[in-house]
Design a binder for this molecule. Structure first.
Ligand code: NAP
Ligand code: MG
Length: 498
């Protein structure tokens, strides 16, 4: 029996506007309850070949549709997402575990992205510029790249897909999308919406299956011109090197080790709220989650005390229930990784102040739950302060000055998000200059990106590209420089200039 809001209990690939069966499949498990939500195909390279062939054919015509008309489809996609927001949000909570309020926020991000990128249909600005010779015209314009391969993670299964597919589509590309195997339902809902909105067949194709089969086949397919990937650092690096060998354009958004800095003049109550929300929301399974707190030594004790006190009020459970603030962990591998790092933290000599254990008893027996966990007396070089845990675990590191706080923040290999709580305007401006991450928050936690700003990180978080914002268009377009000479004679640039 299919769950509410989903018409099927067995998903099918979506290729050239048709739903297509695949022999093998696996169960998608609700991490809050252990129940099967749906079955998802495990496709092979053949499905990727079929999807790419469909996208390649469709792209020739799609590129010729005027961008404002391509955008009309996205306006309709946004409208339909808005209409179905509650239904999609509930399904998102069921497959991913995040609490309903956050699921609604994630779907809203997709809606915002639809309208924002639809607006680009009447912009997609290039530049006109004077030419250096008489009777000559010069301009630059964006051209679609061709077939785009997008590979997305389970932790933001709809928002990230919209960050990538909407700019790709409005710019005249066609898409082959491989969602994470844990969270395919958001892809099914998006396909239904794209169809209803009237997107021509072949413009979006979805192939379900593992990264090592489907993802790898996409990365190596000669007719996919761009790979846009969000996920783990190890997988991202290997995709980058495979794309490098083929000179294929690749955009990577990977992990983070994001910190909240709390200075001695900070509003401590506000800082506590910001830390709890960004560390334990989505059970810490956000790429921008706060996993380090860098605190000025003068307010360390007070912050510790208030954090421990407030953590007692975080209700843990099934995200479909209103009172729940922290949902489950996505799967066994996630649970094992978190447990491993808690042990590493203890072995390294950090002090466990709260949490630290999986929750297996009573109402938690069937799902996968881990207590919100706080270490203190951590040092900047400990593994728990350097490596991504991707769970509800925070390390508190104390520092003696603003300069030291910045140094500790910047001492990790990642560069996604950072935050500072202070009332000192000089520190605010110095911090936004000196924090080396792609996203900086002042007097807010490390999460909460808005879709019209560039999203992404420096250093080991990515390879210089950005999702969302107008900057996302750079991934999905090529710049073309156009010169029109109307002098009637051959004019040579740089030579016939006087
Ligand atoms: P992951 O294992 O790297 O998976 C991400 C996607 O890549 C999935 O669809 C996965 O497929 C696929 N994949 C796996 N191996 C592949 C391969 N060899 N070739 C091609 N594709 C492959 O990451 P995850 O565990 O799902 O997600 C958590 C990670 O994502 C964290 O490190 C987090 O920080 C990062 N993240 C970053 C951002 C950001 O924007 N910076 C946002 C969200 C998450 P299957 O899983 O189906 O096999
Ligand atoms: Mg995975």
């Amino acid at each position: 029996m299919a769950v509410e809001g989903l018409k099927v209990d067995q998903l099918q690939n979506f290729i050239n506007g048709e739903f297509v069966d695949v022999k093998e499949s696996t169960a998608v498990i609700n991490p809050a309850t252990g129940e099967t939500v749906v079955n998802v195909p495990l496709s092979s390279k053949d499905s990727v070949d079929a999807a790419v062939a469909s996208a390649k054919t469709a792209q020739k015509e799609w590129a010729l549709v005027p961008a404002p008309q391509r955008a009309e489809v996205l306006y309709e996609v946004g409208r339909l997402m808005k209409e179905k927001k509650e239904e999609i949000s509930r399904l998102l909570t069921m497959e991913n575990g995040k609490v309903l309020e956050e699921a609604r926020g994630e779907v809203q991000e997709g809606i915002d992205m639809a309208f924002y990128m639809a607006g680009e249909g009447r912009r997609l600005f290039g530049h006109t510029t004077p030419a250096e010779l008489q009777n000559k015209f010069a301009m630059s314009q964006r051209a679609p790249v061709g077939v785009v391969g997008i590979i997305t993670p389970w932790n933001f299964p709809i928002a990230i897909a919209t960050w990538k597919s909407f700019p790709a589509i409005v710019a005249g590309n066609t898409v082959v999308w491989k969602p994470a195997t844990e969270t395919p339902i958001m892809a099914q809902k998006m396909v239904e919406i794209f169809e209803e909105a009237g997107l021509p067949k072949g413009v979006i194709n979805v192939v379900y299956g593992s990264g090592s089969q489907v993802g790898d086949a996409m990365v190596h397919h000669p007719d996919i011109q761009v790979i846009s990937f969000t996920g783990s650092n190890d997988v991202g690096r290997s995709i980058a090197s495979d794309c490098g060998k083929q000179l294929k354009k690749v955009s990577l958004e990977m992990g983070g080790k994001n910190a909240v800095i709390v200075m001695d003049d900070a509003d401590i109550e506000l800082a506590v709220e910001g830390i709890l929300w960004s560390a334990f929301g989505t059970s810490g399974q956000r790429c921008t989650a706060c996993s380090r707190v860098i605190v000025h030594e003068d307010v360390k004790e007070e912050l510790e005390k208030r954090l421990v006190e407030q953590m007692k009020h975080l209700t843990i459970g099934n995200g479909l229930e209103d009172s729940v603030k922290v949902g489950p962990i996505i799967n066994d591998a996630g649970m094992e990784k978190i447990e491993k790092y808690v042990q590493i933290g203890k072995d390294e000599g950090a002090t466990l102040l709260a949490g630290g254990s999986p929750m297996n008893e009573g109402e938690y027996a069937e799902g996968k739950y881990f207590e919100p966990t706080l270490f203190t007396d951590a040092t900047a070089d400990m593994r728990i302060s350097q490596e991504e845990i991707f769970g509800p675990v925070v390390s508190l590191i104390s520092v003696g000055s603003f300069e030291e706080a910045i140094e500790v923040n910047n001492s990790v290999t990642f560069g996604l998000s950072s935050s500072i709580f202070t009332k000192d305007v000089n520190q605010v401006f110095a911090a936004q200059r000196d924090l080396d991450t792609g996203i900086v928050y002042v007097n807010a936690g490390t999460t909460g990106a808005e879709i019209h700003l560039p999203f992404g990180g420096t250093k080991g978080t990515g390879n210089g590209h950005r999702d969302s914002g107008v900057q996302a268009l750079d991934v999905f377009t090529e710049w073309k420089a156009v010169y029109v000479d109307y002098s009637g004679k051959l004019q040579r640039a740089q030579i016939d200039v006087d």
